[in-house]
Design a protein around this ligand. Structure first.
Ligand code: NAD
Ligand code: UPG
Length: 430
């Protein structure tokens, strides 16, 4: 089967590479020439475990990158374009709309086509915003020769391939039997190889769009809830992690996403929770619980800095920030909790020295004026305090490195450092 994927970022590259791996021929369109060159050279344009090997095997062969929409062939195209937040939280559809128009022009006169929205979009977008643009540019009719589906993606960065090839569920929304049949063919090899528990859900367009937001809103709220419980635990001197371990034994709760601490960041939760809150308000519904989910999340960095204030006035003092990425295993710093933490330290007049195993260069572009160390030990040396922001494993192994601090005050935002002799330990949840 021939599949076109428009957009080759985290999602587009991952799905294009895996479609090639399971035997499909893939054309991957992106407007960024360096991305296209990487694909055709057999190199991954993004950092994801396992992707280099797949790109080396298929890039430039059964997976071809191009900037030219006219190279689209076959009869199914996935749209994996960015849908970033606008100032009011609603999603910016400009990339999606530009791609829809280019796709429509490219497929005009080619016969029937199935267009699949892979990006995260609010209910109604596929039918009311994307489909009409493709239809007009292609001079096609939705439901006749233009078939439309929405297929949200649930993979996590750092585990993108693993999650895509072995998902809990594949969700396909449509109102069109040709689109359902085509998507079933696309995913047939994946379903055949995936775990028995992988569910294949066929639903409506709007339902598929909403399922993605509901998934992320639920997970973000679960973290904010455990953070609120962690904050209450802290007031009572209760170990929040022991509490979490025990409530996780209730299958209705489960052990996933119960790590309390500095809260959630990344390219998805902040943007998606903002988008669904904005969409709710647009229809006159006040999403009070989701507002609280964000409010709790926003306060966690302030709470961390408040703990630091209880131990030291850091004006003019060197303070180490350990961890910059929004979670371990990635160099992605979008909406990382490190940003409000660094800003809070700067407003206190501290000399910040930051370290992360992979995200230093990305953070340097955002904060060129703070110091960066090439290891945790170097960051800690001479520091009057250390704040742990990201739960990288290597921070759990730190020990004698704390001895080199001018004052060993360690404020842990992720519960990775053990309390030990010789350090003044404090943490958000303990
Ligand atoms: N990143 C994730 O983990 C993740 C997970 C699930 C869903 N999503 C959703 O998937 C969508 C894509 O996200 P992403 O992280 O892959 O985005 P991204 O920013 O990593 O990549 C988007 C790509 O689209 C390209 N592009 C922009 N305009 C274009 C155009 N007109 N024509 C062709 N290419 C164009 C860009 O050059 C870029 O390479 C978003 O809606 C996001 O919410 C992302
Ligand atoms: O118990 C937990 C689990 C996660 N986090 C934080 O939550 C954020 C998000 O983590 P994670 O979900 O692992 O990363 P993402 O790659 O952003 O993946 C989320 O966002 C994607 C984009 O929509 C979805 O596809 C995934 O299903 C969804 O997990 C990070 O800042 C984590 O530190 C916690 O604070 N406590």
């Amino acid at each position: 089967m021939h599949i076109n994927v428009v957009g080759s970022g985290y999602i587009g590259t991952t799905i294009a590479a895996w479609f090639a791996e399971i035997g499909h021929d893939v054309t991957n369109v992106d407007i960024d020439e360096s991305v296209v060159a990487a694909i055709n050279d057999g190199r991954a344009p993004i950092h994801e475990p396992g992707l280099d090997e797949l790109m080396a095997a298929h890039g430039g062969e059964t997976l071809v990158g191009t900037t030219d929409y006219d190279e689209i062939s076959g009869d199914v195209t996935f749209l994996a374009l960015p849908t970033p937040s606008k100032g009011d939280g609603s999603i910016d559809l400009s990339a999606m709309e530009a791609a829809a128009e280019s796709l429509g022009e490219a497929i005009a006169g080619d016969g029937e086509h199935v267009v699949v929205v892979k990006s995260t979009v609010v209910p109604g977008t596929t039918r009311e915003r994307v489909a009409p643009i493709v239809a007009e540019a292609a001079d096609m009719t939705v439901g006749e020769d233009l078939h439309v589906a929405m297929n949200p993606e649930f993979l996590r960065e750092g585990y993108a391939l693993e999650d895509f090839k072995n998902p809990d569920k594949i969700v396909v929304g449509s109102e069109d039997s040709v689109a359902f049949e085509t998507l079933a063919d696309v995913y047939d090899p994946l379903m055949a190889a995936a775990a028995d528990e992988t569910a294949y859900v066929e639903t409506g367009l709007r339902e598929a769009e909403m399922i993605k937001y509901a998934n992320n809103a639920f997970l973000a709220t679960k973290i904010s809830l455990i953070n609120e419980i962690g904050n209450i635990c802290k007031e009572y001197g209760v170990d929040a992690y022991e509490v979490a371990d025990a409530i996780a034994l209730d299958h209705r709760i489960s052990e996933q996403f119960l790590r309390s601490g500095l809260g959630w960041g990344g390219s998805c939760f902040p943007k998606d929770v903002a988008a669904i809150r904005a969409a709710a308000r647009e229809r006159g519904y006040e999403p009070e619980l989701l507002d609280a989910t964000v409010a709790v999340n926003d306060k966690q960095p302030e709470r961390l800095l408040g703990l630091l204030d209880e131990h030291r006035d850091v004006a003019g003092e060197r303070v180490a920030v350990l961890g910059l990425s929004f979670k371990p295993g990635t160099d992605d710093i979008r909406y990382t909790r490190a940003i409000p933490v660094i800003e809070g330290l700067q407003s206190r007049g501290a000399e910040v020295v930051a370290y992360d195993p992979v995200a230093v260069e990305n953070m340097r572009a955002e904060f060129p004026d703070i110091a960066y160390a090439d290891g945790a030990a170097a960051a800690l040396e001479g520091a009057h305090a250390a704040l742990v922001v990201t739960d990288w494993d290597e921070f759990a192994a730190l020990d004698s490195e704390f001895d080199a601090m001018a004052d060993p005050v360690v404020i842990d935002g992720r519960r990775v450092v053990e309390r030990r002799e010789g350090i003044t330990y404090d943490g958000l949840t303990w």
